[in-house]
Design a protein around this ligand. Structure first.
Ligand SMILES: Cc1cc2nc3c(=O)[nH]c(=O)nc-3n(C[C@H](O)[C@H](O)[C@H](O)COP(=O)(O)OP(=O)(O)OC[C@H]3O[C@@H](n4cnc5c(N)ncnc54)[C@H](O)[C@@H]3O)c2cc1C
Length: 358
């Protein structure tokens, strides 16, 4: 049987955080595998905002496609595959066994960047408007809804706070309880009362699309159970999140009370050799912040793995350069061709790589 391929770094999750960790590790000379199940938050972004220099007409999915192409150009092996387990190899505790639906590999370091899943509102059909009228990121999308009627679906302190925040950009904010009793504190109740919000108790029944066609239409309003229809430019669903932390938990990584993975300033988790970045950890949950997190993790992995400078007490200094021959050959080709974006990969997307025998 072919032995599982060996990598220095396995990155789980190819959103902005994982992909950035992968690009840093690859360009710092390491052999990297990147595995992604598909369907993360980045992919749901219809128009990416606050990413300077990038047109807001660009979607997260477009950026993700381009990113994978770039990463393959740098020699990263990309596995479009859901990781089902990561564990330390019993016979070789310096490595982790990474098992996916169709791949099985070994890595010296693991970066977890699996993000979280937004809890969707319980309004039938509304989920198809995620990113196209139903938003989850106030800092990204409040601006696009400014001076228009907007809604906030939710009934806790956070939802009420988001509704009040939106009053900074529009005077027309409905807080939709969707048939639930408010779960906010007395303080929040007083604030809600004092602010010019319309608190709507009647449950929303169905989305009203901009046109009765299949495809990419945006939300234009909501129909309520009493038959009324309210027009909206869009709104926010505020029902919390579910962290995709199973792999981290099984590895024994420390978690915050809400389920986010605890990391230090270099994005190291409490388990040696395991890093975490992006929405999976505590933070502001923005693309830009996930990108920065990934950079921290990629650099920290490099600092932990690199050969040079060797520790003073080592009698024998290894041969330089330390970077593997094939990765250096690729680096030369990339530099010689001046390739940056959309680099021609030397090989196709890999599901399984030939096993190394060293
Ligand atoms: C609708 C919407 C619009 C947004 N708009 C903006 C915006 O305009 N600007 C902005 O700055 N931010 C925006 N955000 C926030 C931004 O998308 C996130 O903060 C960012 O994507 C987080 O990046 P991440 O890499 O941590 O996680 P994600 O982007 O969620 O990526 C996680 C990846 O991990 C993968 N994964 C999970 N589990 C596994 C597994 N077991 N095996 C393999 N792969 C796995 C998933 O498939 C996914 O690709 C928006 C979010 C949403 C939901």
């Amino acid at each position: 049987m072919t032995p599982p391929p060996k990598y220095e770094v396995a990155v789980v999750g190819a959103g902005p955080a994982g992909s950035t960790a992968a690009v840093y590790a690859a360009r710092l000379g390491h052999r990297v595998a990147l595995l992604d199940a598909g369907g993360g938050r980045h992919e749901a972004v219809a128009r990416v905002h606050n990413l300077i220099g990038v047109s807001p007409e660009t979607s997260g999915a477009e950026l993700a496609d381009l990113t994978v192409e770039q990463l393959i150009g740098y020699g990263v092996d990309f596995f479009p595959d859901a990781v089902t387990g990561v564990e330390r190899v019993a016979t070789d505790p310096s490595r982790f066994a990474v098992t996916a639906d169709r791949a099985d590999l070994r890595a010296e370091r693991v970066v977890l960047a699996t993000g979280f899943t937004d809890v969707e509102p319980d309004v039938s059909g509304l989920e198809q408007f995620a990113g196209r009228g139903v938003h989850y990121c106030v800092h990204c999308d409040a601006y696009t809804l400014g001076d228009h009627p907007v809604f906030v679906l939710g009934h806790d302190d956070h939802a009420a706070n988001v509704a009040m925040l939106l009053l900074n950009v529009t005077a027309d904010v409905d807080l939709l309880l969707d048939g639930a009793d408010p779960e906010w504190s007395d303080d929040t109740a007083r604030q809600v009362e004092a602010h010019p919000l319309d608190v709507v108790e009647t449950p929303a029944e169905a989305p009203v699309p901009e046109a009765p066609t299949e495809g990419d239409e945006w939300l234009r309003g909501l129909r309520f159970e009493d038959g009324s229809v309210r027009e909206y430019a869009g709104g926010f669903a505020v029902y919390g999140r579910s962290y995709n932390h199973d792999l981290a938990r099984e590895l024994g990584c420390e978690l915050h009370e809400d389920g986010a993975v605890t990391v230090d300033e270099d994005r190291r988790t409490s388990v040696e050799g395991v890093y975490a970045a992006g929405d999976l950890t505590h933070g502001q949950n923005q693309t830009t912040i996930a990108l920065g997190d990934g950079a921290y993790a990629g650099i920290a992995v490099h600092r932990d793995l690199r050969t040079f400078p060797v520790a003073d007490e080592l009698a024998e200094v290894p041969e330089a350069p330390a970077m593997a021959d094939d990765l250096r050959a690729r680096m030369r080709r990339v530099n010689d061709r001046g390739m940056t974006v959309g680099m021609t990969p030397d090989r196709d997307v890999h599901h399984v790589r030939e096993g190394d025998d060293d």
